[in-house]
Design a protein around this ligand. Structure first.
Ligand code: SF4
Ligand code: SF4
Length: 346
């Protein structure tokens, strides 16, 4: 049985305690799972979009960094640029945002080139993709420590290790391929002309004027930011023909999983999920968000599906359910990992 190691945290847990917990979780999994550590290991992180306040702050990773230093491992942060505009759109902006958000303890590798153009096609031959465009920088490593913030996500339902592997490892072209078919529209009779959706859209795809409100689907990249920006439920996932877009959403989640599968092929990764600062939206959203529940804990496993399933189950136990369970079901189906796990309180 796959093991997921876990340590509970709450609102009173200090950063110093989190550093100690993560160090102990890493040394514990290495020892108990007999993990051989590579000489060079990148930490896959999310720097948080400018204006977001709930992303996992860099100081929480210090315990992991100290453990790797104690083993003389050459560590770095690794990340890819995002599909939409904003402050992480290209290498220069990504480096700037990383520095502003305090990710300065380690050298930083941008895995997909100056503007997301550097990728390697990885063969997977699955239902949605024959090959996946993974940021070339990842191909240099046999082991990645994947650090994920477990929280909600507008399109994926939830974001954890699977999403960090897929969207987080793909080049810009790969991200675009995963988003294909997800194009929201505005229901004019519900629209209050507040323009919050326009402010959230980095592609200038939205027009709100006296006559009507609409999204230009030629400009829209399907990032979903407008969906969560609109508090009047005027932005929907309906297609232009008025057919509910559930099929597209399911396909999107399948595509995520296939990219995650591609990203971890040939690697023996370690997956940390930080189930804290749990918000409905993701760390790409450039705004302050309220948390929707108390902090749960920090989880680590060698299996990305098991670690996400464990967090998903904890959220459910606390009376909330994230959408996006298809991620887990399909991930097990394609052989990315196991939904069955043994929880080990370390
Ligand atoms: S955020 Fe919603 S209500 Fe406001 S302008 Fe956009 S669609 Fe209309
Ligand atoms: S999904 Fe919404 S926010 Fe994203 S590009 Fe399209 S219109 Fe803009």
């Amino acid at each position: 049985m796959i093991r997921v190691y876990y340590r509970q945290i709450d609102a009173h847990t200090t950063v110093e305690e989190i550093q100690k917990i993560t160090r102990e979780l890493l040394s514990g999994i290495v020892e108990r799972e007999n993990v051989s550590l590579e000489d060079k290991i990148p930490l896959k992180v999310h720097f948080g979009e400018k204006g977001n306040h709930t992303y996992i702050k860099s100081e929480n990773y210090q315990g992991i960094i100290e453990y790797l230093n104690s083993r003389n491992i050459d560590a770095c942060y690794i990340e890819t640029s995002v599909l939409y505009g904003g402050q992480r759109h290209c290498k220069a902006l990504l480096l700037k945002t990383a520095a502003e958000h305090g990710f300065t303890q380690l050298p930083l590798v941008v895995a997909d080139g100056e503007r997301g153009e550097a990728f390697t096609e990885v063969d997977i031959n699955r239902k949605n993709f024959i090959t996946c465009k993974i940021g070339s920088g990842f191909l240099e490593y046999r082991q990645v420590i994947v650090l994920s913030h477990f929280k909600g996500h507008t399109l994926a339902g939830f974001g954890g290790a699977i999403k960090q592997l897929s969207m987080g490892h793909a080049s810009k072209g790969g991200k675009l391929a995963m988003h294909m078919g997800i194009k929201p529209r505005i229901v004019n009779r519900k629209c209050k002309k507040c323009k919050l959706c326009m402010q959230a859209c980095n592609e200038n795809a939205i027009t709100i004027d006296e006559k009507r409100s609409f999204i230009d689907h030629k400009k829209c990249v399907g990032c979903g930011a407008c969906l969560s920006a609109c508090t009047f439920k005027a932005v929907t996932r309906m297609t232009l023909k008025g057919i509910y877009n559930a099929l597209h959403l399911r396909r999107f989640r399948e595509r995520l999983v296939e990219y995650a599968y591609a990203a971890q092929l040939g690697k023996h990764n370690i997956y940390f999920n930080f189930a804290m600062n749990i918000t409905k939206g993701c760390d790409c959203e450039p705004k302050k968000m309220n948390t929707i529940m108390d902090d749960i804990g920090i989880f680590v496993s060698m299996d990305p599906v098991a670690v996400d399933q464990a967090c998903y189950d904890f959220v459910k136990e606390r009376g909330k359910t994230f959408r996006g369970k298809e991620q887990l079901l399909y991930a097990e189906k394609v052989g990315l990992g196991s939904r069955q796990y043994e929880l080990v309180r370390m």
